[in-house]
Design a protein around this ligand. Structure first.
Ligand code: FAD
Length: 473
């Protein structure tokens, strides 16, 4: 393959792309291709970039080919799984996109409960393959999200208290390193790399396969939502803080505050929803816990009952269609007393449809019992993680709604603990990427991640991510 100079003159780039086209199992799209316009889009409609070329990988060997092309050409490389990265790291202006979205096979070994997942699989692909066997991998809550980005950053959802983060359920990972080597990483093989991959995002290589150990889950677990009008929010949040003190691991509650889409028939007012999944086989035990909450915080409306797992995992998809515009911020914290509840109610009252929402994930359980130093994920001790997110359609709202997310974050900072969750972070113009990552991981973990980056990607070939900057870069 021809070597392209760092300033990659167009003729040499064309030659490189021509050679790539001839070697790939998948396809290569350039701006003149009819499929290019759709292929360049990612979930976040605010990210409107034009890559020089998009490779739709057709086999793992295409990962090697594209990494080699990026090394030789100096073209910036973006790696894309499900394309949901809020900061838009799945694409790049003028560079190469390695789109793994066509590699989405999921294989379930029922006896061992091991689930092997290709790097382009979405949450729906995994749920579809595991549910029929009474199994589930803890993932996120919107079915089109990519397993790859979600898992490499963390993965919080409806089973976090029962099974931990997605990355806590990883048995092993296969990856292609920026230098072109193939590595298997697990607790016993390349354990330091395995540590960094579990939270450090796509900094150390392109993952070609994830192997998870699934949990048993009834195919129709108990789930539901209790709905509260605004005048009851503060009391409900304080009641939630008390109720969550003694919850069994099988109860997984998430509070959301948002104006619901018209399909829900809940009008134009914002609602506080206490959504939950009870992962236990005994539904009555879950209902008894919900009864306890109803007694201290009677809901205005509710829907509770057995639910098909794949359907439950898609229940909120309608809020987040591809092309939504979004800027997200997050904080971890442990107090939800009167003072904090008042602050939350203050900014949450401003959420709008189609626009912004707030989730408060209650953690602890299995998530909280994983030792903090076991993975690169930033913080295990916080009781809650608050995510303020956007899903608006109108570009004219960008400034106002981005400012809202920033304001909510600033108001929560006084109660925040160390660490931010990289998967709930938008692009931060003006903040140097390495500083953002240092804040997200905390100084100690960041330094350990830098040592790994020095080892696996000293040239920072994989830099379109929440970047761990190698020492020499
Ligand atoms: P992509 O944009 O495809 O990739 C993101 C980044 O991951 C890439 O830039 C790259 O750095 C890295 N990457 C992707 N594939 C690979 C690979 N094979 N090898 C190495 N690196 C790779 N998070 C949660 O925890 N829980 C949720 O419930 C949740 N819900 C969400 C709902 C929506 C609507 C959105 C937009 C996001 C949600 N997220 C959630 C956040 C989500 O985890 C992150 O946005 C994540 O980055 C998405 O992964 P992806 O593969 O779809 O993204």
């Amino acid at each position: 393959m021809a070597t392209v100079h760092q300033n990659h003159p167009e003729r040499e780039v064309q030659q490189l792309l021509h050679e790539l086209r001839g070697r790939l199992q998948g396809s290569l799209l350039e701006p003149q291709d009819p499929l290019y316009e759709e292929a360049r889009t990612v979930w976040n409609g605010m990210v409107d970039l034009r890559p020089r070329a998009i490779v739709r990988a057709g086999a793992v060997s295409d990962i090697d080919i594209v990494l080699a092309a990026a090394r030789r050409s100096g073209l910036a490389l973006a790696v894309r799984g499900g394309g949901h990265n809020v900061a838009g790291h799945g694409t790049v202006d003028g560079g190469l996109v390695l789109d793994l979205g066509a590699l989405r096979a999921v294989t379930v070994d029922v006896g061992s409960r091991l689930v092997t997942v290709e790097p382009g699989a979405t949450l729906a692909d995994v749920d579809g393959a595991t549910t029929v066997h009474g199994l589930a991998v803890p993932l996120g809550v919107i079915s089109g999200t990519g397993v790859a980005g979600l898992t490499l950053g963390g993965g919080v959802g409806w089973l976090t208290r029962t099974g931990g983060l997605s990355l806590d359920n990883l048995e092993s990972v296969d990856l292609v390193t920026p230098g072109g080597g193939h590595r298997h990483a697990s607790g016993s093989e390349n354990p330091e790399l395995f540590w960094g991959l579990r939270g450090g995002g796509g900094n150390f290589g392109v993952v070609s396969s994830f192997t998870f150990r699934a949990l048993p889950l009834p195919s129709e677990p108990l789930g539901g939502n209790l709905f509260y009008r605004q005048q009851h929010w503060k009391a409900t949040l304080v009641a939630f803080d008390a109720w969550t003190r003694n919850l069994p691991d099988d109860m997984n509650p998430i509070i959301s505050i948002l104006v619901l889409p018209p399909q829900f028939g809940m009008g134009n007012e914002p609602w506080l929803m206490l959504g939950f999944t009870w992962a236990g086989a005994d539904h009555q035990a879950g209902l008894d816990l919900i009864d306890q909450f109803r007694a201290i915080a009677p809901p205005d409306e509710e829907e509770v009952g057995p639910t098909s797992w794949p359907e439950w995992q898609k229940a909120m998809d309608v809020v987040f269609p591809k092309g939504s515009r979004g800027y997200w911020k997050n904080v971890s914290f442990s107090r939800l007393d009167e003072e904090v509840a008042e602050v939350v109610v203050g900014f949450a009252s401003e959420v709008v449809w189609e626009g912004t929402g707030i989730d408060i994930h209650h953690l602890e359980g299995v998530f909280g019992r994983v030792p903090g130093e076991a993975t690169a994920f930033p913080n295990r001790s916080a009781r809650y993680w608050l995510n303020v997110y956007g899903f608006w359609r109108d570009a004219a709202e960008d400034e106002r709604l981005t400012a809202f997310a920033r304001k909510a974050y600033a108001l929560m900072r006084p109660f925040a603990e160390e660490g931010e969750y990289v998967n709930f972070l938008g692009a931060e113009p003006g903040v140097e990427e390495a500083n953002a990552a240092r804040i997200a991981y905390g100084q100690d973990k960041y330094q350990r991640l830098v040592a790994l980056k020095d080892q696996y990607d000293p040239q920072n070939l994989l830099r379109l991510n929440h970047n761990i900057r190698p020492t020499g870069a």
